[in-house]
Design a binder for this molecule. Structure first.
Ligand SMILES: [Zn+2]
Ligand SMILES: [Zn+2]
Length: 273
């Protein structure tokens, strides 16, 4: 299959995916590797990733529609990692394949989730291997391959072969978002995300979240000379007044209708996150 046909296929908004296209991409990559055409092989790796990112995004959207919020969270995280790997080797800012659009939607969906704390593993890496040449890599020895780069259609990663486990940490802004903390007996409230997903007609609809800050409820009707609601025993005007402490994040979901008329924001809501 011609490269242009694959590019054209990937540039249309679709909700069903033809897996045969993926086979064409992989075949093209194999041929390019055999012919020693490294650029083409690398490009086919990128098109393969783009196909998977688009397909997984539609799956995640469908999971959200079916209210399978936890599975959707894990898939959104995986897509985010794939986009990160792709962005090292492909300019994702061109909106031809919707990749940046998908990344922005992932970040917006993540904001609406009630997850607050995550587990982060702390360990010391003692030895790593390059996935391209299999040689040991470290601060003192480099094999010449760069982590995250493509070589003949394959991604260079550093595979950890030995590490020392140090412990677990509870963090708010993790690198890996999949390990969120499930608190026993605590029902998570997915209400915000449910509101949004019920309103969406298509995975490609234009919407975004605007972040603003508003005053927390307990600070709304406080006189300057009254005791500060934070419990400091100081006067409000000498404590939290006009500081970050009395504010909380407030999200506004905005729908941008492509037909030109702007729908009113569906809802606004606040979070202590
Ligand atoms: Zn190497
Ligand atoms: Zn205060």
């Amino acid at each position: 299959m011609e490269v242009e046909h694959i590019e054209k296929y990937l540039s249309i908004n679709k909700t069903n995916f033809d897996n045969q296209i993926l086979e064409y991409i992989n075949n093209n990559k194999m041929l390019a590797v055999n012919e020693g055409n490294e650029d083409l092989a690398n490009y086919m790796w990128c098109l393969n990733k783009i196909f998977k990112i688009q397909k997984n995004y539609i799956s995640a959207y469908n999971l959200l529609k079916n209210k399978e919020f936890q599975d959707a969270w894990l898939l959104l995280d995986r897509i985010e990692i794939d986009i990160y790997l792709l962005s090292n080797n492909f300019d994702i800012s061109s909106d031809k394949y919707n990749i940046e659009y998908i990344l922005d939607r992932i970040h917006d969906f993540q904001k609406l989730y009630p997850y607050e704390y995550f587990i982060s593993r702390e360990s010391i890496i003692k030895s790593e291997k390059c996935t391209i040449c299999g040689r040991k890599v470290g601060i003192r020895h480099s094999c010449g391959h760069k982590k995250g780069r493509l070589y003949n259609g394959e991604l260079c990663l550093h595979k950890v072969t030995d590490f020392e486990f140090r412990g677990m940490a509870l963090v708010k802004n993790p690198f890996d978002k999949f390990a969120y903390i499930q608190i026993e007996d605590k029902e998570y409230n997915y209400g915000m995300i449910e509101l949004l997903i019920n309103e969406l007609h298509s995975p490609y609809e234009k919407w975004h979240i605007e972040d603003t800050k508003i005053k927390k409820i307990e600070y709304l009707r406080i006189g300057r000379n009254e005791l500060c609601p934070c419990g400091s025993n100081r006067k409000y005007k000498k404590c939290c007044k006009d500081t970050e402490k009395e504010l909380m994040t407030h999200y506004i979901i905005v729908f941008d209708n492509p037909e030109g008329h702007k729908r009113m924001p569906l809802t606004t809501f606040s979070t202590y996150k």
